[in-house]
Ligand binder design. Structure first.
Ligand code: GTP
Ligand code: MG
Length: 194
């Protein structure tokens, strides 16, 4: 895919604002602050196309980035402790509405912070993905924050935690150092062309 040619397309805060489902979609899911927008920017080789916030929970819309042959879909983050019940209901309505809209969804990239075990919300999201049957992979983010030994330990531990997902691809990623970026580009290109 020509990642360099991506542009911001639109932001949807309501289901009637989703763009026409006319391109293969790759969606990014994960808790607030896990690094979704940073991963998108790194893959696209752009400094700040996707907004990176110091304030978690800031992305409360579904943001669409388009490039020839694909659309990248930045889903709003979950698990922000300060969210109210009504904010959580709004999140569920928007995200479930997106998944149930019959869109050409070719891949979901589920981001999990490599430093920690999956949260209850991460496990809930993985269960949901297994239920929907959407193809997905796991990106372990912020791997630059671990040394080599820690990284091997966390990798082994996460592989156990994620065993219930079967043979899902697991990619260690750093938006700072660039680990995993070429592998992800390859997987995204394959998914979009399948
Ligand atoms: P929401 O939009 O709020 O859901 O967050 P997000 O998942 O899009 O996270 P975002 O990309 O905004 O990153 C959150 C914070 O983590 C920022 O301060 C980033 O600079 C930092 N960050 C993201 N990825 C990495 C990484 O790979 N390594 C390091 N060291 N920091 C990262
Ligand atoms: Mg974001």
């Amino acid at each position: 895919l020509p990642f360099h040619a991506a542009a911001f397309e639109s932001a949807a805060g309501r289901l009637d604002q989703l763009p026409q489902p006319n391109a293969p979609e790759i969606a990014f899911s994960g808790r607030s602050n896990v690094g979704k927008s940073s991963l998108i920017n790194k893959v696209l080789n752009r400094k700040s196309l996707a907004r990176i916030s110091a304030t978690p929970g800031k992305t409360v819309t579904i943001n669409f980035y388009s490039l020839p042959g694909a659309r990248l879909v930045d889903l709003p983050g979950y698990g922000y402790a300060k969210s109210s019940q009504s904010e959580k209901a709004r999140w569920s309505g928007l995200v479930e509405g997106y998944f149930n809209a019959g869109r050409p969804l070719r891949l979901v990239v589920q981001l999990i912070d490599m430093r920690h075990p999956p949260t209850a919300d991460d496990l809930g999201m993985l269960d949901y993905l297994l239920q929907t049957g959407a193809p997905f992979l796991v990106a372990l983010t912020k791997c630059d924050k671990l040394n080599k030994t820690q990284r091997a330990q966390r990798r082994a531990s996460l592989e156990e935690d994620l065993a219930f997902c079967g043979s899902v691809p697991i990619v260690e990623f750093s938006a700072v150092k660039g680990d995993g970026v070429e592998e992800l580009r390859g997987l995204f290109s394959e998914a979009a062309q399948a």
